[in-house]
Write a protein that binds this ligand. Structure first.
Ligand code: DAH
Length: 338
């Protein structure tokens, strides 16, 4: 090989190397390319270096200097490219701390359960415990023991599903009164929350399956003033210190006298304070106490029944009770504390 031919090869390598180094886009390709150009064993540079001793002695100096200059230039370009690719790879993989975090899902207690828990907590403080009863109930517990005469029109409000075998879906939590009196000796102070069923249309204020909370206090010498004092205390605890209550006459077969309790509250709907009914109540009818096997001459008591769904509507300003049954996460998430 002549000097000119050798120098042509060296310059060709310089130009090709520059092109390929610029084009390489991953560190992997970069390594392959580097081996092809400057690799000790089979790199193009080593091949030219091996030719050097075969050149005429006088030309070796010039040829060697040219090859060395190109080698240094290539090595510098390779290093610059490597640094660039390494930096790009590092930034791509690293954590981007400016990226907003993902909102975690957060479970929430249903608003009706919130209300039940709050009511239960208030009554627990004054000595009430929790009692539960079955949702598939017998006719006797649901009606007979509660002093509904057979075919009494009061039952029209309590139409429900009758199950095979003679039981029915309970229409109220009042049967738990009788079950509790049968099971425990007085004095009794219980709260019985639970689900009840009625043939009601599903509209803004009714649901065919809903929650109730029953209350029952049985002891010696209990009177209507115990009822008024306890329930007014509850209303002040639940709705706020100055909340007024009033009792109006009502009718239930299982209480005598029967009453409804209203509370004066601001529902936050811009209409100011007004009276809303929150429960039915009364002194437990002696016939109910007797049906449960207790002596009504000795024991007396009072009871109440309220709907935590309706109470949740008043507490949270809900215009439609169906919101409580839709299971719409956008609605329910408003009650999440997280
Ligand atoms: N059980 C009645 C109902 O479902 C509510 C009720 C009224 C319960 C008066 C009581 C009571 O314990 O004393 O409509």
């Amino acid at each position: 090989m002549t000097l000119t031919e050798f120098l042509d090869q060296v310059h060709l390598l310089r130009d090709h190397a520059a092109q390929h180094i610029d084009a390489v886009s991953t560190l992997e390709d970069w390594t392959t390319l580097r081996n092809r150009i400057v690799g000790r064993k089979s790199g193009r540079l080593s091949e030219l270096l091996a030719i050097l001793p075969t050149l005429p002695a006088d030309d070796r100096r010039t040829a060697g200097a040219a090859l060395n200059a190109v080698k240094l230039a290539i090595e510098e370009q390779l290093e610059q490219r490597r640094a660039l690719l390494a930096k790009a790879a590092a930034t791509a993989k690293s954590l981007d701390l400016t990226m907003p975090g993902r909102d975690p899902w957060c479970g929430a207690v249903h608003p009706v359960t919130l209300v039940i828990d709050e009511i239960v907590a208030i009554f627990r403080e004054i000595g009430f415990t929790i009692a539960l009863g079955p949702e598939a109930e017998s006719d006797w517990y649901n009606f007979g023991a509660l002093n509904f005469p057979p075919n009494h029109p009061a039952m029209d409000l309590h139409d429900t599903l009758y199950l095979e075998g003679g039981s029915l879906l309970r229409t109220h939590t009042s049967p738990v009164q009788v079950r509790t009196m049968q099971q425990y000796r007085p004095p009794i102070r219980v709260l019985a929350p639970g689900r009840v069923y009625r043939r009601d249309f599903f509209d803004a204020t009714h649901a065919p399956a809903f929650e109730q909370i029953e209350g029952l206090a049985i002891d010696e010498g209990i009177s209507f003033s115990d009822l008024k004092a306890t329930l007014s205390y509850f209303a002040r605890r639940f709705y706020g210190g100055a909340t007024r209550t009033r009792f109006g006459p009502s009718f239930f077969p299982f209480t005598e006298p029967s009453a409804q309790m209203d509370v004066e509250v601001d529902l936050g709907d811009g209409r100011g304070k007004r009276w809303i009914e929150i429960m039915g109540t009364g002194l437990v009818h002696p016939a109910v106490i007797e049906a449960a096997g207790l002596d009504s001459e000795r024991w007396s008591g009072w009871a109440f029944g309220m709907g935590p769904g309706r109470i949740a509507m008043s507490r949270y300003g809900l215009p439609d009770i169906r919101l409580l049954y839709d299971s719409d996460v956008r609605f329910l998430a408003q009650f999440a504390v997280c």
